[in-house]
Write a protein that binds this ligand. Sequence first.
Ligand SMILES: Cc1cc2nc3c(=O)[nH]c(=O)nc-3n(C[C@H](O)[C@H](O)[C@H](O)COP(=O)(O)OP(=O)(O)OC[C@H]3O[C@@H](n4cnc5c(N)ncnc54)[C@H](O)[C@@H]3O)c2cc1C
Ligand SMILES: NC(=O)c1ccc[n+]([C@@H]2O[C@H](COP(=O)([O-])OP(=O)(O)OC[C@H]3O[C@@H](n4cnc5c(N)ncnc54)[C@H](O)[C@@H]3O)[C@@H](O)[C@H]2O)c1
Length: 453
Amino acid sequence: MAEARQVDVVVVGLGVGGEEAAGRLAAAGLNVVGVEHRLVGGECPYWGCIPTKIMVRAGNALAEARRIPGLAGTSTVEADWAPVAKRIRDEATDDWNDKVAVDRFTAKGGTFVRGTATITGPGRVRVGDEEYTARRGLVIATGTAAVIPPVEGLAGTPYWTNREAVEAATLPESMLVLGGGAIGCELAQAYARFGVRVTVIEGSPRLLAMEEPESSAVAEAALAADGVLVRTGARARSVAHDGEFQVTLTDGTVLTGEKLLVATGRAARLSGLGLENVGLDPAARFLSTDERMRAGDGVWAVGDVTGNGAFTHMAMYEADIAVRDLLGQGGPGADYRARPRVTFLDPEIGAVGLTEQQAREAGLNVQVGYVPLNQTSRGFIHGPGNEGFLKLVADHDRGVLVGGTTAGQSGGEMIAAVSVAVHAEVPVSTLLSQIWAYPTFHRGLGDALKALA
Ligand SMILES: Cc1cc2nc3c(=O)[nH]c(=O)nc-3n(C[C@H](O)[C@H](O)[C@H](O)COP(=O)(O)OP(=O)(O)OC[C@H]3O[C@@H](n4cnc5c(N)ncnc54)[C@H](O)[C@@H]3O)c2cc1C
Ligand SMILES: NC(=O)c1ccc[n+]([C@@H]2O[C@H](COP(=O)([O-])OP(=O)(O)OC[C@H]3O[C@@H](n4cnc5c(N)ncnc54)[C@H](O)[C@@H]3O)[C@@H](O)[C@H]2O)c1
């Protein structure tokens, strides 16, 4: 093996977090090697956020057109997946080619290496026959991969994960979805709106189980309105495939579908990375980090791999903190109190901070303000498609909001106001004196604040 090449930093995995960290460090003048074995940009642009939101946008256009009767005349809607698949292939993913992203990184002065990185010792990384020694340290940004549950018969069948669902040039006639979290729900609704017969099988008693129960109810009603059959509290006992999928539930029910999408969560794959060579536990679920994103001596970790929230904005946020630390620039450390998330259903479900239950479990003196969207002026005006609610969670003792959910049209936009309040700890008394424009959806936040009790 050739002598190890001396550099400043090696970034392992150039998904959202790694690309941001590597690009920023290279632009700052450091000698940076970025290693990626698939596509630079990672899950979000090629199989995650961007293509799935292109599907959601298209599905929402169909749904809105179907709301014309009763509001504005008549409409005839004929769904066609071809423009969606074309946008995903041509505009979003460049036919799953990352040349533009690689060039963007190298133009900043970074060295790109395509391959699988293994950590061989402190500051040392091997990719194929090459070895690199990083003077300042390593950034681990290896993301997560789909978890495939150990259901009898599932392995070996041609099941889909989000990757195949995103790459589909044509749609199946029917699809079973195992898992009713963010991926399962978003893809179920998008596919259903294009005429696919979709069944969601969720093991826990409700969809979007990590969110407010009201969010789960909204999600379930929205999917049902689009013709999706939702089976909650249902576990798959076995899977068989003979041209079509048969999923047998633990209660004996047999569900069939042309495709089976497995959307049962994602996990960091830490074994095989060589973490033991830098004193870290390869059997851990995630890489735990301090407030500077340090996972160990000379090792930083950012993005999904840290387990602090598998969202693109979290990967970008953590990359910024690691970059500042590596460059000795100081600034604020990681603070997860106001972590926002949006499930892109129609209605959109925005959320930030703690749910009511999480706040109670944290021992806070909880107050809740809840307003159904259809009871606000804008909800009334909007009519069809006005499902949703606003829910605020306050810590009465400190007089601040600690969380909130904004479900409805623009729910993902409305959450911004609650995020500011939670992040900046704006006193509830100050928020109560705020002027909210009429007749907006977000004006309902004023009502929810008044309802805090
Ligand atoms: C269907 C779907 C929809 C989503 N929608 C949204 C959304 O709307 N909004 C949102 O905020 N988030 C969304 N997410 C989550 C978002 O995609 C992730 O949070 C984000 O991609 C995390 O970035 P990351 O850099 O941590 O990891 P990744 O993007 O997974 O990148 C990690 C990279 O590391 C590479 N890698 C791994 N191991 C090695 C190795 N040993 N050597 C070299 N390279 C390696 C991988 O190939 C990969 O490119 C979605 C995810 C999915 C699956
Ligand atoms: N809009 C967004 O920001 C967005 C969209 C998609 C994904 N994501 C990110 O990706 C992550 C992964 O998404 P996901 O939907 O795969 O995971 P998830 O953890 O959100 O949901 C997985 C669901 O599958 C269920 N489940 C697990 N095993 C099961 C089984 N054997 N049978 C039936 N149900 C089972 C779980 O109870 C859970 O509800 C999300 O948590 C989120 O961080 C974000």
